[in-house]
Design a protein around this ligand. Structure first.
Ligand SMILES: Cc1cc2nc3c(=O)[nH]c(=O)nc-3n(C[C@H](O)[C@H](O)[C@H](O)COP(=O)(O)O)c2cc1C
Length: 161
């Protein structure tokens, strides 16, 4: 029997993470998705990864664009996380962003970002793993604090006791 899904969620919910918005560009169209299944994978070569659910529209956009930016959110960007976690087209027109080297939108209010080209796509059950090689990046607002996700809810560093 497969392991219980609800219990897996509960257990892994105890793994506290930051929150990112992964963005990309296909032609003139911009896309983004809130993601916390991300990690820094390798330093030489410089690789990161993001796991994308098979039914997410973002999956096809990433397959087409072959690039993405990973925007690490500050605790002041919880509304941005909520916006990019909704299914369907995402609005960028009211956001302060600039195009990264790959053309993917970088959210200027983010803590930090990396801009990547997809070098591999691995299959992982109901997700695909997009491995990206970092071509650019920076710490945009290093004095801000990160937005956290823990046990199914947003947290801030100061709220954790
Ligand atoms: C905190 C948080 C983290 C999330 N992390 C991921 C993730 O790592 N991978 C993923 O596929 N979806 C993740 N999601 C869900 C997507 O953001 C959501 O399915 C999104 O609406 C997909 O939009 P799309 O289908 O229009 O691309 C997360 C949602 C939240 C609130």
């Amino acid at each position: 029997m497969p392991f219980d899904t609800i219990l897996q969620r509960k257990i892994m919910g105890h793994f506290a993470t930051g929150v990112t918005v992964v963005t990309t560009r296909v032609g003139d169209d911009l896309y983004g998705m809130t993601a916390n299944a991300v990690t820094s994978l390798s330093l030489a070569p410089p690789l990161v990864l993001v796991c994308v659910e098979r039914h997410a529209a973002m999956l096809e956009h990433l397959r087409t664009s072959k690039c993405y930016a990973m925007n690490i959110l500050t605790e002041a960007q919880q509304d941005i996380s909520t916006r990019f976690a909704r299914k369907g087209p995402k609005e960028f027109s009211d956001l302060d962003w600039f195009p990264g080297e790959t053309g993917s939108p970088i959210l200027r209010a983010s803590l930090a970002y990396v801009d990547c080209r997809v070098v591999d796509i691995a299959s992982g059950g109901d997700h695909d793993v997009f491995i990206g090689e970092i071509f650019a990046g920076g710490c945009l607002n290093p004095s801000e604090l990160p937005l956290l996700y823990y046990s199914g809810a947003y947290r801030t560093i100061s709220s954790i006791k």
